[in-house]
Structure formats: structure tokens, C-alpha cells
Write a protein that binds this ligand. Structure first.
Ligand SMILES: Cc1cc2nc3c(=O)[nH]c(=O)nc-3n(C[C@H](O)[C@H](O)[C@H](O)COP(=O)(O)O)c2cc1C
Length: 173
């Protein structure tokens, strides 16, 4: 049994990256469960809040990452890198110093865009940070023109190649 926790680094309602997170369970191998953890209410990282007692959502986030066998981050590409929301998630999950639950975790990075670039820079930058935190990035999945590859009404991946890449990535955990 493999338990994965998935995060979207986009807060917008019609986010393609969030849609892919919602499509993940249907693309996962048998025996893999994937929970979507909503980080829209996660405060901006502030070391003053990161005290002996932390906000409830931070405690829940850290517990969920600690308990999971791996983490999936789907991030939008903003200005050739990941979103601030993605970095905020990683920063909270990277603490306490040297003990943060994301340190050393297996991960998969997804970055999709409606444009032609396909989120390659966002995926690469996110993977670099996760690797520098001691983790193994088992897969990076990117896709251009994603609006043509996902059915917005059902959150289904309609593009066979993208679906296969996601399934292979999930199997790599
Ligand atoms: C501030 C900002 C910067 C962006 N920069 C890029 C970029 O560098 N490369 C790219 O392919 N798309 C870029 N985009 C377009 C996003 O890929 C697009 O809005 C995408 O739908 C965001 O992901 P989401 O659908 O998950 O919210 C940018 C969008 C915004 C709002």
C-alpha cells in the first residue's frame, strides 16, 4: 500500500494543475491512495508563527506529509519558475530545521501550462529544491496546451500521452 499526499500550487478555481491533482486517483496503480491537501488557507510563511505552537493547518500539513510515503506537487509556472504558493508549501513543510517532514521525501512534480512552454522551468526549479532537501524526485510531468488535454467538466485527462506519463510517475513511487 502506498499513500501519497498531493498539493496544488495554484489557488485559482479553474486551475489546470488542480484539475490534474483531482485526476490522479483514476491514474494511480492498484494499492496507491492519493489525498489532496488544500493549501489555500495556509498562511504565508512567517518564522514568528513557526513557534512551539503552530497554526492548526500547519500542524495538519506537517502530519500529513510525515505520514505519507510520498508527495505530489502540481505547480503552475509563473515567470519561468514555480508559484509563490508552491514555495510557501515547501517552506512550511521543510521546518523544523533538519526535521521538516518534506526533507528526504520521495516526490513527483507536475507542472502544466496552457501555453507552449509546458511548465518545464517550473518543474525543474521545484525538483531542484526538493532534491536539495534530500529527497528523490521520482518523476517530473509537464505538458503544454493543457487546456486541450483535460476535460474540465469531469477533471479527466483526455490526452493519452499525458495520462501515461502521470501513471508511470505514480508507479515510480
Ligand atoms: C504571474 C504569471 C506568470 C506566468 N508566467 C508564465 C511562464 O513563465 N510560463 C508559462 O508557460 N506560463 C506562464 N503563465 C501562465 C500560466 O501558465 C497559466 O496562467 C496557467 O493556467 C497557471 O496554472 P493554473 O491553471 O494551474 O492556475 C503565467 C501566469 C501568471 C499569472
Amino acid at each position: 500500500m502506498t499513500t501519497l499526499i498531493a498539493f496544488s500550487g495554484s489557488l485559482r478555481k479553474d486551475s489546470f494543475n488542480t484539475r490534474l491533482i483531482q485526476a490522479l486517483p483514476s491514474l494511480a496503480p492498484a494499492g496507491t491512495t492519493i489525498a489532496h491537501f488544500d493549501i489555500s488557507e495556509l498562511p504565508l510563511y512567517n518564522q514568528d508563527l513557526d513557534a512551539e505552537t503552530v497554526p492548526d493547518i500547519v500542524a495538519a500539513l506537517r502530519a500529513a506529509v510525515a505520514e505519507a510515503d510520498g508527495v505530489i506537487i502540481a505547480t503552475p509556472e509563473y515567470n519561468h519558475s514555480y508559484s509563490a504558493v508552491t514555495k510557501n508549501l515547501i517552506d512550511w513543510a521543510s521546518r523544523p530545521f533538519m526535521k521538516g517532514p518534506i526533507i528526504g521525501k520521495k516526490s513527483m512534480v507536475i507542472a502544466v501550462t496552457p501555453g507552449p512552454g509546458g511548465g518545464v522551468h517550473a518543474a525543474q526549479a521545484t525538483a531542484e529544491v526538493l532534491s536539495l532537501l534530500g529527497g528523490t524526485v521520482v518523476a517530473q510531468v509537464t505538458a503544454a496546451t493543457v487546456h486541450e488535454k483535460v476535460d474540465a467538466s469531469t477533471n479527466t485527462v483526455t490526452d493519452a500521452e499525458l495520462a501515461a506519463h502521470i501513471s508511470q510517475g505514480l508507479a515510480a513511487f
